[in-house]
Ligand binder design. Structure first.
Ligand code: ATP
Length: 336
């Protein structure tokens, strides 16, 4: 079975072909990131980028599909797309592209929840059975665990996404987008400074930390020291809640998802926590952590196999699509 996936929730226009029969299990990805000239992601500019970039990446994947087919045609069984959550103007471009392609190829359409795809790519690659997932991305931060046919939100941010809050601090300092990698680099030369640590039960908040970090910068504190304090505080909070999620669910498997998961210090903290409690930890390759169509095609294939496809008339996008809104049709085990 071959599924073509399209991703474009915010900044990454990406298309992928997932072939369940391919011997190397390989996923072909083509992506073209949107880079704001100044400030953060501007929804209209990001959508204009998608309008240019999505046809180009879909075209390259279709050519790849033809080249790897004996029939001389793409041999696509279904088209999967990111239905949400994300920026409405970007999602509409992706939705339109996916609908047109599915109709042109005369194949079913599959609407994928982007955050569930972050979890499923980790579960698929690790071979874990029923992991807890920490999704640490630009616009989101939450812990997911499977129970009774759905991925439940065990804990989440009470305000901004984790990457977006880091990016807000770096904008204040005058660094270009995205800020996360720059904070990671700067923190290597920094010494820890104290910042507010806010965990309430299973939820966490980043807005107070960001205000305190900006204030510390305005007060003349060394920026590398603030970056170090930011990483230790924010990632400490995520690690604490991830550990509590493992403990409460009784699960001994943790997977990481989302672009912030590319950060070595976060991975190190999660790996150490898992090792101490005898749990297994899996972090996908960076290209499968940041927004990518590979994860959309992989989950799209599972959903297609389960018959979970969308009529065109019901395929509207949802910028606020929560992971716990998705009936998990593809696992076939609803006892846990
Ligand atoms: P979402 O999945 O919520 O739609 P998104 O579209 O913003 O997220 P992602 O690719 O998941 O995109 O994540 C982008 C975020 O990851 C940005 O906020 C960026 O600063 C952050 N990021 C990237 N690399 C690193 C890093 N090494 N350390 C920390 N943060 C990072």
């Amino acid at each position: 079975m071959r599924v073509l996936g399209i991703e474009g929730t915010a900044w990454a226009a990406s298309a992928a072909l997932f072939d369940t029969e391919a011997e190397d299990d390989s996923i072909f990805i083509d992506s073209d990131p949107y880079q704001p000239e100044s400030g953060g992601i501007h929804p209209r500019e990001a959508a204009e980028h998608m309008a240019d970039a999505v046809p180009a990446v879909v075209d390259s994947v279709l050519s790849h599909a033809v080249e790897t087919s004996d029939a001389g045609s793409p041999e696509i069984d279904a088209v999967a797309f990111s239905r949400g959550p994300g920026l409405g103007p970007c999602l509409r471009i992706v939705g339109t592209a996916a609908r047109s392609l599915a109709q042109t190829l005369d194949v079913p359409l599959v609407g994928v929840n982007h955050m569930v795809a972050h979890l499923e790519i980790g579960r698929y690659q690790s071979g874990f059975d029923s992991p807890v997932c920490l999704n640490a991305s630009g616009a989101n931060a939450h812990l997911l665990g499977y129970h009774n046919g759905r991925y439940r939100v065990l804990g989440e941010t009470m305000d901004t996404g984790v990457g977006n809050s880091i990016d807000k601090f770096t904008r204040h300092v005058g660094w270009s987008h995205p800020g996360g990698p720059k904070v990671e680099q700067a923190a290597k030369d920094g010494e820890y400074v104290d910042l507010p640590y806010v965990v309430k039960g299973m939820d966490f908040s980043f807005s107070g930390i960001m205000s305190a970090a900006k204030q510390a910068y305005d007060d003349g504190e060394d920026v590398a020291d603030i970056c170090c304090g930011l990483q230790e505080t924010i990632f400490g909070m995520l690690t604490e809640v991830a550990e509590r999620a493992l403990s409460l669910t009784g699960t001994d498997e943790l997977v990481l998802g989302g672009g912030v998961g590319q950060n070595e210090r976060l991975r190190e903290m999660l790996a150490a926590m898992c090792e101490e409690r005898g749990a297994e930890f899996y972090a996908p390759d960076p290209r499968f952590l940041r927004d990518n169509a590979g994860m959309i095609a992989v989950l799209g294939a599972k959903m297609y196999e389960a018959g979970d496809t969308l009529p065109i008339s019901e395929s509207s996008i949802d910028p606020n699509y929560r992971p716990d809104q998705v009936p998990v049709t593809w696992r076939g085990d609803d006892e846990s």
